[in-house]
Design a protein around this ligand. Structure first.
Ligand code: SAH
Length: 395
């Protein structure tokens, strides 16, 4: 097998079971491995540390498949990993009120660069790394065996593919073409998902548990659902007895789907408002108008793309949270999220508390929230915990 030799004293993260080896840690590449090909990883002293996928175009030069030294990476290894990931979702597969969840969550499931989401009878895959691309057909074969479905569709369009030297790939991988929208259920709520053109693989499944938690507090509330996408939190709130929901999103396409999702659940658009615009501007306008809500949900996209943009991102989070606090009646609920992996839970809490100070509000922290249980992260891979949220009572 081809080999990567690490620089002196650069084996520490691998021995700590962290799955990424950066280019700066690599002293030598032996045997000219192709993109995605499996390589042995060896320390400067010659200790065999495990095997990973080689990615010559990426700063993350190797992603570990395993830290075991007696395992070959072949079709049966891949099939075993797919089966293992699906096996750990058994509780969700048995959950009658939910039929959409993540089956494979990349590093957390020992499959870097592989994301597979299940929407009712369809699977949607994202392969974001050279190693994932290399084993694509073996992964699809294993999915067909372990998770029989109507069709498997690919949405490999993530920005990270560019860093891996891969171009976007979209289309049918197996079975039938998914329909324009797939109806899913999530703890009793019904949503239409456009897996071909929607954001990511079509729906933000990582917020499933949080939509349910937030809805518990929504009865009788006037709700502001900022960064609504296709209505997720707001529809769950309406189903739970919210008196009205105002959705705000910059994407018209998302709001069109939010209208359909509202009709699907409550048969009327009477208590729902759909505002197409920039949340930063719309919330400022509401503040100037003196408009108030009983519940504000802030679920923005990733503001921090790199370490350099972290401080700018922090200002963005502070700004919207300050506005969120100002728009709440005393006793109201704020559910605020960050999906920037670079923003740690501690930093996020600091930013939100700074906003509370500026807004001159007393705030109780009711619950810390994170990505749903089908989006686990490795204990030795803290980067995998990207979604965090705070559920607050605001006085
Ligand atoms: N809460 C949603 C997911 C939100 S994803 C759910 O549960 O499904 C983030 C959303 O923010 C996307 O729909 C994107 O279109 C929208 N968005 C991004 N920047 C925005 C901005 N400045 N103003 C309004 N919406 C924005």
């Amino acid at each position: 097998m081809k080999e990567i030799v690490l620089n002196p004293e650069r084996e520490f993260s691998v021995t700590r079971r962290h799955p990424w080896i950066f280019s700066g840690a690599v002293a030598a590449v032996i045997g000219e491995p192709q993109p995605g090909e499996t390589v042995r990883v060896v320390s400067d002293a010659g200790t065999f540390l495990g095997v990973g996928a080689y990615s010559p175009a990426s700063q993350i030069r190797v992603r570990m498949w395993t830290f075991a030294t007696d395992i070959d990476i072949d079709e049966s290894f891949i099939a075993e990993r797919v089966a293992r990931a699906i096996g750990t979702r058994a509780v969700l597969l048995a959950e009658a009120g939910t039929n959409a969840f993540r089956l494979i969550n990349a590093e957390a499931d020992g499959m870097p660069g592989v994301v597979v989401d299940k929407y009712s009878e369809w699977l949607v895959c994202q392969f974001t790394t050279a190693g994932a691309e290399y084993w694509k057909s073996a992964i699809v074969e294993a999915l067909r065996v372990y998770m029989p479905c109507c069709g498997i569709y690919e949405r490999s369009e993530a920005d990270v593919r560019k860093h891996e030297g891969l171009s976007d790939t979209v289309g049918l991988l197996a079975g039938e073409m998914p329909p324009e929208s797939i109806e899913i259920t999530e703890y009793g709520c019904r949503y239409l998902v456009d897996v071909r053109c929607g954001q990511k693989t079509g729906f933000y499944l990582d917020q499933r548990d949080n939509r349910r938690t937030v809805a518990l507090y929504a009865n009788g509330c006037e709700v502001l659902n900022a960064f609504s996408y296709t209505g997720g939190f707001g529809v769950a709130a309406l189903n739970a007895g919210a008196s009205s929901v105002t959705h705000v999103d910059i994407s018209e396409l998302a709001l069109t789907m939010a209208r359909k999702n509202t009709l699907l659940n409550v048969c009327s658009l009477e208590n729902s408002e759909f505002i197409s615009g920039n949340v930063f501007e719309v919330l400022r306008k509401f503040r100037d108008q003196g408009r108030l809500f009983d519940m504000v949900i802030l679920d923005p996209p990733k503001f921090a793309e790199s370490k350099n943009s972290l401080m700018k991102a922090a200002r963005g989070y502070k700004d919207i949270n300050l506005l969120g606090f100002k728009l709440l009646r005393p006793g109201g609920v704020l559910a605020t999220f960050s999906c920037s992996g670079l923003m740690t839970p501690d930093l996020f809490q600091k930013v939100v508390s700074d906003a509370a100070v500026d807004a001159q509000r007393d705030v109780q922290l009711t619950a810390r929230l994170q990505q749903a249980t089908d989006h686990p992260h490795g204990l030795c891979f803290p980067e995998g915990l990207y979604l965090k949220g705070l559920l607050c009572r605001v006085w």
